[in-house]
Design a protein around this ligand. Sequence first.
Ligand SMILES: [Zn+2]
Length: 1029
Amino acid sequence: MDPFDYNSSERATLPRNMIENTMFEEEPDVVDLARDSAAYPTFPALDPDETAYEPRSSRLLVRGLGENDVDDDDEDCESSARLLGMSFMNRSASQRSNASIHVRQSLPRSCSPPSARTTVVCVLFLVIVASMTMVLYFLPGCNFTKMGCPKQGNKTSNGTDGELFPWAQYQLPRSVRPLSYDLTFTPDFSTMDFSGHTVINMFVLHNTKRIVLHSAHLNISKATFKLGDGEASDVTILEYLPREQIAVKFSEELKAGQRCVLTLDYAASLSHTYDGFYNSSYTDQHGNKRVLAATQFEPLYARKAFPCFDEPSFKATFLVKINRKPEYMTLSNMPQLHSTQLASGLVQDEFAKTSVNMSTYLVAFVVGNFTSVSKNVSDILVSVYSVPEKKAHTNYALDTASKLLEFYNGYFEINYPLQKLDLVAVPDFLAGAMENWGLITFRETGLLLGGHSSLLQKQSVAAIIAHELAHQWFGNLVTMSWWSDLWLNEGFATFMEFMSVQRVLPELDMSNLFLAMRFRTLDRDALNSSHAVSTEVSTPEQVQEMFDSVSYQKGASILLMLNTSLPGDQQFRKGIIQYLKQFAGLNTDTDDLWNSLTEVEVSSQHPNVSEMMRSWTSQKGFPLVTVSRTGDVVNLKQEIFQLTSDNSKHSSSLWNIPVTYVNDSCSLGPECKQLFVLNTQSGTFKVAETVKWLKLNYRSTGFYIVDYGEEGWAALTDAMTKNFQVLTQEDRASLIHNIFALSRLGRVSFRQVLNLLKYMPNETESSPVREALLQLQNIYQMLQKRYKEGLVSRMKAHILKDFGVLMDKQTWTKEESISKQDLRSALLEMACHLGQEKCTQQATAMFKQYVASNGTSMIPGDLQRVVFTVAAQSNEDWESLLTLYHYATYDSEKQKLLEGLASTQDTQKMVWLLNAGLNSNMIQIQNLPLVVHRICQGLAGNLIAWDFIQENWNRLTQTFPVGSYALQSLVKSTTSHFSEQSHLNQVQCFFASLSERGSQMRSAQEALETIRLNQSWMEKNLPSLDKWL
Ligand SMILES: [Zn+2]
């Protein structure tokens, strides 16, 4: 699966919203929602009921609401606006007439001390909880249900019908294995229900008296069981809802070696969220609502569509039949065998039985109206499906998928094993894409491209296709045994996506994107709340949380490090081929991969792969390598790079680091690279005394950060100032990333950081510029959100001074080179964000021309975001953007329009956008994380969005499962720029109040940790910012 939305916030290199927050200047920060609730948008009309939500922040921004309208007596945590925005509101109010605004002047009372009565109640409560915990502790396996606990020692739980449920673990027992499934589905779009018929052929591995499998929200009406060649007879199904398991108990043991068949009839609603067998709809070009249904089963949702052994290691074959109305069509993993007219008037489509064993999470089917383009590639029929009006946007995907399929067939030396490969753009889809075997589903933005798309847009689409195609081998053919090794699927697919696109479509130059992704992954992995690449997981929330940057991007980063530290590309490739061949059709864990790569080792001077790589997958974090030099002796020391707000280091982690280095006499070509393996706490090697400086981690392919010490940094800064081209652009970018990271750690001063950036006006490449801008912008946003206006304007002046020359050099006409597109979009977005007049004028003129031309003049794809973002700052142009958004047919442009809309600084518009997203009114809820991300860039927006998240948490978690990537993104966007104690209290209070709906999420810990770090960075660095800016 690819949970990231490449065109938007998660594209690591893209700077964030670049429009200046003008709220203190002329934009009103007070809106009259009470009187004017349907004011936005004038087009299209919004049902006033749907503006019922009003974030708590906004209530304080609302003029005309009486005191009693905000009843917070029952709120445990203070509203963020009151806590966070009080100074902002008071400040705003002081600039205006006091009478014009209602601000409740009550004191903040975040987590205020409890009363005596509350204390007594709490103590009693704690005693009861402790007693219950002890009781439960001595009754392992007991689940506290209304039926009470079973007898001591009996490891069972009560099923829904009161009978003892014969299994008490999340993972299923291994005594029975499914061999094949026959599945029949009959969806009904008038009732939004479906009925199902499932036949499971099984094999008994160990004597047992029960069969346990998964089922979620399925109403099973009939179940029969047949042993061997015997007669089928009715059986009773027990269900245990909390673990989504069902069971059949037998009075006599099933014996190892026996075969048996379980047949189940059931009915269920089509899911209203983005998982299981879900319904979806879109409006076609004639304004008619079109209905369709699609599936998303990874990680735990096949059980919502059919009863099954829903774990990746229970592989089986699948035969799918779908009964549909004649006007629809269906697709599934395999080619359609035949269609039969049924007496009911429905048509039954039957698909071939899968020719391979596969995990349940890879089963897929789609019912709807689609058209396709197809092509034969090495005897495989490759097709791209879209809704009919978007057929013209499918050609790029077809061409790219065909090229990549051929590449992978050759690279892995194993041919894609199915007869066909469909890529389907589903109008309503939460993840970026899903690698279902033979039927890959995508968000429309992940697959469809208009004829005039820029190379950057092509890069996004190609990357997603390459990722999902790589999964057809990594994940589908060879699958991780359990979700704790999800990285084997995702780290590999991510690595292959960069590698394959670089080979097959070099004009899309993936190297900058991959480099920026590694920097962001280091930043995230430096937090204490990070986790090891390979981590034990058991609960559904923990499984969801594995879909994060550690599994995907750190996984890919350590594979890159391994690949570049082995001699040539071939050893790595040979190891992979061996791994795929050895485990084809099976399940593996991390050690299986390292063992395969170790077995093909060709030279003795290179490190043992297993030994080296285990240190990177079994512990969280990464090393900081410190270099010091005495004459010709270079000393290296390693320790964990961990950002902590309390300066305590409590880890004895040790890595096996393939340290690479170059020096001033030879620093550019690969032949300059030298390797030193640091597998102890410290080590030394020699260089010529004449060497002036060393740069470690050549081209930043290693997953570590380097501190050169005061002298080392001075020497490198000096070299870069004299001639920055003595280092590759990756090395220049990595110096910038590392020095900012070290500044966060307190190892270097901000003066050293600014000194290194002095060479910037000469820089010509996008990676170093993007990295510097991104780092500076983070600080800029934190200062903004702490109302440090003096520093904000000095920071702005400083950025314009260092980057002004480069900004002025950028063009606004069509640009062919992807690296130039990348460079200019970064610079121009920053320039316009800082209000540089030349930039905003140019963007405004371009937008006016675009609107006036009625779609005949085009805005280059890489400039769309900056142009739309500038346009969104004026009322009139925002309205135009909304109209354009409504009618846009090119998905990538539509997304840029949405990013523009959400960068408005008008609080009323922000509230409307958030509600529209939440209610899927004009803005699909799948785009809500993107809207929130953009809105959060300014202070007022951040407050409004944070309140919105809190107020709507329950609704959000119904659509986005707890722990899911979408929810992680919402939490990160709304909290990552807070840096004050009041913010911290608020966030802490909120998550503490959630209990099982999210308080244990890793992203909650990450949010708190990030705020604490921001807070301590600000405390330490404000004086030096004041001095050096
Ligand atoms: Zn994936």
